[in-house]
Design a protein around this ligand. Structure first.
Ligand code: ATP
Length: 214
């Protein structure tokens, strides 16, 4: 069976260490050789990112220049309409075949709201869910039904992720970083330094194009 390959979706407005460090730790623990960053197109009814799609990709490029673990897939941005994660995963499945072990990385906050995702019940037929810890979010699901669903799919051995193409949930023991893109945007607007919250190269880019300024 081919190597476990993982995607990490997000708005990345901007990408920060709360994205990068837990995923780097996850990759090391799980044995991921590559993680593909998948920047989202945000649906029109939701608050729009401050940075343009092109700027968000540029920030990803700055962030990963010295991080060979990562690459970028811009397919969701190239479509005129926002894509559902499940549809992107179906497309990847079609490209990579039914046997490829595929992981989709999310933070704990996203796991808690998974039942709101379009066709969420189909996700585990397409991929494993690899979950990073995030401080400030519950570790229990909101309803007994969702907790049962989680418990039923939890992998108890990392090898299960490598030896099956999809179907397991892995709660990774990753470092807790209390950072959000919202906080970074707010700090920038207030003129407060964001050093240590995101890579210097990304800060340099943000400064050079005047992003997140009031
Ligand atoms: P915003 O504050 O704009 O909502 P965000 O910082 O939550 O943004 P997103 O781009 O929305 O970042 O998140 C992409 C993915 O990264 C999600 O699955 C989210 O759970 C995860 N994530 C974001 N920040 C962290 C963090 N500090 N620790 C762990 N996971 C995180």
């Amino acid at each position: 069976m081919s190597k476990l390959y993982a995607l990490f979706g997000g708005t990345f407005d901007p990408i920060h260490y709360g994205h990068l460090r837990p995923v780097e730790a996850l990759a090391q623990k799980v044995g991921l050789k590559k993680v593909t960053l998948l920047p989202n197109n945000v649906p029109p009814h939701r608050p729009q990112p401050e940075a343009s799609a092109q700027q968000r990709v540029e920030m990803l490029r700055c962030a990963i220049a010295d991080r060979p673990l990562f690459d970028i897939d811009t397919r969701e941005l190239e479509r005129a309409t926002p894509s559902w994660t499940v549809a992107t995963l179906e497309a990847l499945r079609a490209e990579r075949g039914t046997e490829q072990p595929l992981g989709f990385i999310i933070g704990q906050d996203s796991l808690l709201t998974l039942a709101k995702w379009h066709r969420w019940q189909d996700l585990l037929s397409l991929c494993h869910l690899l979950v990073c810890k995030r401080p400030g979010y519950a570790t229990q699901m909101e309803t007994p039904e969702m907790q049962q669903w989680l418990d039923e799919h939890l992998a108890d051995d990392v090898q299960q992720l490598h030896h099956s193409p999809a179907g397991h949930i892995w709660l990774a023991d990753t470092p807790l970083l209390d950072i959000s893109a919202t906080e970074i945007r707010q700090r920038r607007h207030a003129g407060i330094s964001c050093a240590d919250l995101l890579p210097d190269a990304v800060i340099g880019y943000i400064d050079s194009v005047g992003l997140y300024r009031s």
